[in-house]
Design a protein around this ligand. Structure first.
Ligand code: SF4
Ligand code: SF4
Length: 67
C-alpha cells in the first residue's frame, strides 16, 4: 500500500527529498507533498523515518510481513 500523508504534515519536504523511488511530487510548496507515483514505493521506510511529525502512514503488503 502506498504511503499516505496525513494532515499532521508540516510541509518540511523530508519525504520528498529522501524517497529513493521519487514517489512524491511537491508542486505547491504551500501544501503538503503528493503521492505521485504510488506504484514505485517499495516500502523502504525512509520517508516515515525522516518525517518529524509521524505524518506518513502505510501498511506493509502481506508478502512482506515475514521479513
Ligand atoms: S517507503 Fe521508501 S520508497 Fe516508499 S514512499 Fe517512502 S521513501 Fe519512498
Ligand atoms: S516528511 Fe512529514 S512533515 Fe515533512 S513533508 Fe513529508 S509528510 Fe510532511
Amino acid at each position: 500500500m502506498p504511503p499516505l500523508i496525513s494532515d499532521q504534515c508540516i510541509r518540511c519536504g523530508n519525504c520528498y527529498d529522501i524517497c529513493p523511488g521519487d514517489v512524491f511530487d511537491w508542486p505547491d510548496r504551500k501544501k503538503k507533498p503528493v503521492v505521485y507515483y504510488p506504484i514505485e514505493c517499495w516500502h523502504c521506510g525512509a520517508c516515515r523515518l525522516e518525517c518529524p511529525v509521524q505524518g506518513i502512514e502505510y501498511h506493509f503488503p502481506l508478502g512482506m510481513t515475514h521479513v
